[in-house]
Design a protein around this ligand. Structure first.
Ligand code: ADP
Ligand code: MG
Length: 231
C-alpha cells in the first residue's frame, strides 16, 4: 500500500508538472518570438542590445526549466547503495563554499559520525545542492549557511540552515509545488525535485522558517535507509 501511495503521489507530481510545463516553456518562447518580430521590423533602431539580452535570458530560462524538468521526470530506477552522507557533503564543500563566498556569506559543516545510508548517491547530491542553492539565494545581504548531520539511533538527519529572510505561510504551504517561485529568474522546480528525491529514497523533508532564517530537515529513517548489518 505504501508503495502504491508513493507511486501515485509521484505520478500526480509529474502530471501536475507536465501541465505547468506547457505554459512555462511557451511563455519565454513567445517573448523571444515577439522580440524577433520587432527586431525584424526595426533593424535600423539602436536598441538592439537590450532585445538580444532579453532573448538570451529567456532562452536560458527555458533551457534550465527543461533541464530540471527532465531530471525530475526521468523515470529512471533509483540505484540505492551504501553511502556515507558526511562524505557526500564534504565532496560538495568546494562548490557550495564558492557560491556562498560569492554572495558574501560564510559556510560551515557540522557533522557527527553516521551509519551508512542505502540511498541513490546522485539524487542525494542533487537534493543537497538544491537546498544549499536556495539557502544561499535567501540571504541577500550576507549570512551564514550551516549544513549539519545528526544521528539519533532511529534516524539520520541532514539539516540545511540559513540566516535568510524566511518564507510566509502561503509559500510554506505550497512548498514543493512545481513552478511556484518568488525569484525573478527562478524555475520553482528545485524543491519539487527535492520532495520527489526524498519520496524515492524514503526520506521525509520538514521545514522550519522564521523571518530570521530557514532550516530544511531531511529525515532518513533507520528501518528504511540504514544498511543491513550483515550485508
Ligand atoms: P526557485 O529556487 O527556482 O525559486 P525552488 O523550488 O527551489 O524554486 O523554491 C521555491 C520557492 O521556495 C523559492 O522561490 C522561495 O520563495 C522559497 N524558498 C525555498 N527555499 C528557501 C529558503 N531557504 N529561504 C527562503 N525561501 C525559500
Ligand atoms: Mg531553487
Amino acid at each position: 500500500y505504501e508503495k502504491d501511495a508513493a507511486r501515485l503521489e509521484r505520478l500526480n507530481l509529474v502530471g501536475e508538472m507536465a501541465a505547468g510545463m506547457g505554459h512555462e516553456v511557451r511563455n519565454p518562447l513567445t517573448t523571444v518570438r515577439g522580440f524577433l518580430q520587432v527586431l525584424s521590423k526595426k533593424m535600423e533602431s539602436q536598441n538592439y542590445k537590450e532585445y538580444f539580452q532579453l532573448m538570451i535570458q529567456e532562452l536560458d530560462r527555458a533551457n534550465s526549466i527543461i533541464t530540471e524538468f527532465l531530471l525530475l521526470a526521468k523515470n529512471r530506477p533509483i540505484r540505492p547503495k551504501k553511502i556515507d552522507l558526511n562524505q557526500i557533503i564534504n565532496s560538495l564543500r568546494p562548490l557550495i563554499e564558492a557560491n556562498a563566498v560569492l554572495s558574501n556569506q560564510t559556510f560551515e559543516i557540522q557533522s557527527v559520525e553516521l551509519p551508512f545510508l542505502e540511498v541513490d548517491e546522485k539524487e542525494i547530491r542533487q537534493l543537497i545542492i538544491n537546498l544549499a542553492r536556495n539557502a544561499i539565494e535567501a540571504m541577500h545581504s550576507g549570512g551564514h549557511l550551516l549544513i549539519k548531520t545528526s544521528y539519533s539511533g532511529d534516524e539520520v538527519i541532514l539539516s540545511v540552515h540559513d540566516t535568510g529572510m524566511g518564507m510566509d505561510s502561503e509559500m510554506l504551504e505550497n512548498l514543493g509545488t512545481p513552478f511556484i517561485s518568488t525569484k525573478e529568474n527562478g524555475t520553482g522546480l528545485g524543491l519539487a525535485m527535492c520532495y520527489s528525491i526524498a519520496l524515492r529514497n524514503h526520506a521525509v523533508i520538514q521545514v522550519q522558517s522564521t523571518p530570521k532564517g530557514t532550516t530544511f530537515f531531511v529525515h532518513f529513517k533507520r528501518s528504511q535507509n540504514f544498511g543491513k548489518l550483515n550485508a
